[in-house]
Ligand binder design. Structure first.
Ligand code: ADP
Ligand code: MG
Length: 737
């Protein structure tokens, strides 16, 4: 490492210390007021900040700047501009204005919008998010100044994942402050959402990766037989890091630290070739930016080490998939964590109120949470006996379960279980206090000491959606509570009543047992908890009356934004499965089938030549093999033909969908033209998730057809000689690095 950790940390970030250094005091104070209190930002301030940022960036070797944003593709986007500006004498100077800092105008038409704009209304804006620091990226393109931004359409609708997240942070801040005021915390002026996102990933050899179209085009293996050994020995989890992986992690840490990312924990995960990285928590929008950057860095650094980093939720069938554990909490500007129970939580009324708000929020909006953590990849993981189940419930631990039960059963909580000392029974090993809550790896949403761990999010996803939902639903629960408490004559009585009632009403969401068990599925059904078996099933929760009311009330999404997002979800799903299906067809017809045919010829030749050389000799082994292999090949070919038919059917549905969209667009345009005065475009946007039918077809028809093709091919992989098999096996990929 070049230099000490403390010296390189944040070297590529225009952070607070740097701002103090580079900005005139007056400007710095004004900017801080915008960052911390949400005051409007004026252009003179932006002008000075832009200039200081540019000087700093150029000194560090930057030639370009970019507005860095997070469209609904789930990955980040950027368009680079150099700082150069021509002078009359044919030279250039380096310029960067306040206007360029605060506003960008990328063409929005090539990003998913879910029909929120027509293609002829291409204009979109990126707007500087000064609450997330600008940073320098060093890569083959040189050094680029990256400015985190929000991305909106010409008419002001959010086209990205960041804008709603920022709005939801304001919502929860407002509502939490109302509650804290009632508890006389007049010193608290803001409540921050803190998040630490643990990131799981796989590392495999780059050469293997390049030989597999499925990994290259879809991020997961669409074929592949399990090797004799999987993860059953539990010898990889927390195991010793092999050199190549350790070298990757060392570089990853260094690059993260330079970017101000608080890379903290690293270890091997449960599946072979699977690993995890966790940063120290930070404010949620920064945590979200940092997580996107971490994923980008992982990909790039793996490449430098001849490795490929797989971020897909389920790259390999038969071993664990990857998730992203989102640790979430609320902290005041005075440094108090609102979910810290203290040693006697039963007496901590403020904590109990916030705690019960979580029960209410999660119980009332389980569908939204489920959707916010779902994508096509995560469907292979959620509910598959390794990751959290698809049913949302909350693990609260023994101590809180006891307190809640007292409340439900007697209306009063009078005691808290003590945590007690922990001793291993060896004098030389010091004793310590055990945590108040045990771990429960099977729960999708677990209270862990002073925060909640939402464990469903897919490893490749942005954490923005899940946190937008979490912030908003908790804001709403707090809002309902504040509405009652602010009107109460006797606050102490009212707060007790509200806690009792909320806990009783929503106790069904609490589950401390084994979330992977069949019994839990049955029990959850008895309790009336929703069980959205797939991603597609959960999309309607975004546009239910309840959700529209919720998001509009807290100004996080408008109705049209919600509809557009539902459309994007359906589209993304359909596109993903379409690519997967087509990749399977290509791999089967161009790789697997020819390889198997070659083997059948070898067997036939062997039978022929042996019988010719020595008639009467027993060639039944070759004959059996030939029959078996040929039968499987026929079965696979039939399955492939069926898959092709299903995809052709999808094309027809896709054409219908496109026509329906165009008709709606024409109608809208017509309506817009017939208005004489300034029109409210927002009221005229498409309100139909057009791609529903298409997505459903992919789920119900294409996916089963893909499974039917995979089965015989995986069987063939175990029979055909390894040197004839056209792609690297699971064994090669999982145990090589
Ligand atoms: P585990 O594997 O036990 O869940 P890790 O150390 O891998 O633990 O991750 C825990 C994560 O929780 C870290 O990112 C940590 O910074 C984060 N975290 C700790 N306290 C808080 C908090 N108050 N708010 C949000 N995240 C937190
Ligand atoms: Mg964890």
């Amino acid at each position: 490492m070049e230099g000490k950790l403390t010296e390189i940390f944040g070297i590529n970030v225009f952070n607070d210390a740097r701002m103090v250094e580079c900005l005139p005091k007056k400007i710095y104070v004004k900017l801080k007021q915008t960052i911390e209190n949400g005051d409007d930002l004026d252009i003179e301030v932006a002008e000075v900040v832009a200039n200081a940022m540019k000087d700093w960036a150029i000194e560090r070797g930057a030639t370009h700047y970019t507005h860095w944003f997070q469209p609904m593709t789930g990955v980040t986007a950027e368009k680079h501009d150099s700082f150069i500006s021509p002078t009359v004498d044919g030279k250039v100077i380096m310029e960067f204005s306040g206007k360029e800092l605060i506003k960008g105008e990328p063409d929005a038409s090539s990003f998913p919008s879910g029909g929120i704009r027509s293609t002829f209304e291409a204009r979109g804006y990126t707007a500087w998010d000064c609450t997330s620091p600008a940073f320098l990226r060093e890569d083959a393109a040189g050094v680029t100044l990256c400015i985190p931004t929000a991305f909106c359409s010409y008419t002001g609708e959010a086209l990205d994942k960041k804008t709603p997240l920022l709005r939801s942070m304001e919502a929860i801040n407002d509502q939490a402050l109302r509650i804290l005021k009632l508890f006389n915390h007049h010193d608290v002026t803001s409540v921050n959402v803190t998040v630490g996102a643990e990131q799981e990933y796989f590392l495999i050899d780059k050469e293997d990766y390049l030989k597999r179209e499925d990994l290259m085009f879809t991020g997961r293996t669409l074929f592949g037989a399990m090797p004799p050994k999987g993860q059953e020995m539990d010898d990889h989890y927390f195991g010793h890091l092999r050199d190549r992986v350790a070298a990757f992690m060392k570089d990853l840490n260094e690059e993260c630290w330079k970017m101000g990312i608080l890379a903290k924990t690293q270890h091997n995960e449960a599946a072979p070739a699977q690993h995890e990285m966790a940063p120290v928590f930070s404010t949620v929008n920064i945590a979200s930016d940092h997580n996107q950057l971490t994923m980008e860095l992982m990909k790039r650094i793996a490449n430098n080490h001849g490795l490929e980093c797989l971020l897909h939720e389920k790259p390999f069938e038969g071993v664990n998939g990857s998730g992203k554990h989102n640790n979430w909490s609320l902290v005041t500007n005075t440094g108090k964590n609102l979910f810290d129970p203290g040693t006697t939580p039963h007496e901590n009324i403020q904590f109990l109120l916030f705690f019960s708000a979580i029960l209410k929020a999660v119980d009332e909006h389980a569908g939204l949470l489920r959707l916010s953590a779902s994508n096509a990849g995560n469907d292979h993981r959620l509910g598959a006996n390794e990751a959290p189940p698809a049913i949302i419930s909350i693990f609260v631990g023994d101590q809180m379960e006891d307190v809640l039960l007292q409340l439900v059963e007697t209306g009063e909580a009078t005691r808290s279980k003590k945590t007690g000392k922990f001793s291993v029974g060896v004098h030389r090993i010091p004793e310590f206090y055990r945590d108040a809550t045990d771990r429960n790896r099977t729960s999708p949403f677990a209270f862990t000491n002073n925060r909640y761990e939402f464990r469903m999010i897919g490893s490749s996803m942005s954490i923005a959606d899940a946190n937008t939902v979490l912030n908003t639903i908790v804001a709403d629960a707090l809002c309902d509570m504040a509405n009652i408490l602010e009107q109460a004559d006797d606050f102490d009585l009212a707060v007790h009543d509200i806690i009792k009632k909320t806990v009783s009403d929503h106790y069904r969401i609490v589950f401390n047992g084994n979330g992977y068990s069949k019994e839990w599925e049955e029990e959850a059904a008895r309790r009336g908890l929703p069980n959205y078996r797939s991603y597609i099933d959960s999309i309607p929760s975004l546009i239910s009356k309840k959700s529209i009311k919720l998001f509009e009330k807290h100004c996080v999404f408008s109705k049209s934004e919600l509809y557009s997002r539902a459309e994007v979800e359906y589209e993304n799903y359909a596109k993903t499965i379409n690519i997967e299906g087509r990749t399977m067809i290509q791999m089967f017809s161009r790789k697997y089938a020819p390889a198997v045919i070659r083997y059948t010829k070898e067997l036939a030749d062997s039978i022929n030549s042996i019988t010719k050389a020595c008639p009467g000799i027993d060639v039944s082994v070759q004959e059996d093999l030939l029959t078996k292999v040929s039968n499987l090949l026929v079965q696979a070919q039939k399955a492939q033909n069926h898959l092709i038919d299903c995809i052709i059917e999808a094309e027809a549905i896709s054409r219908e969908t496109k026509e329906a969209k165009e008709a709606a667009e024409r109608e809208r345009r017509q309506a817009a033209l017939s208005y004489k005065d300034e029109i409210d475009l927002k009221g005229l946007l498409g309100m139909t998730p057009f791609s529903y039918k298409l997505a459903q077809h992919f789920k119900d028809k294409v996916i089963p057809a893909m499974e039917d093709l995979r089965r015989p091919v995986d069987e063939l992989e175990l029979i055909v000689p390894k040197d004839m098999w056209p792609v690297p096996s699971y064994g090669d990929m999982l145990f090589e690095v």
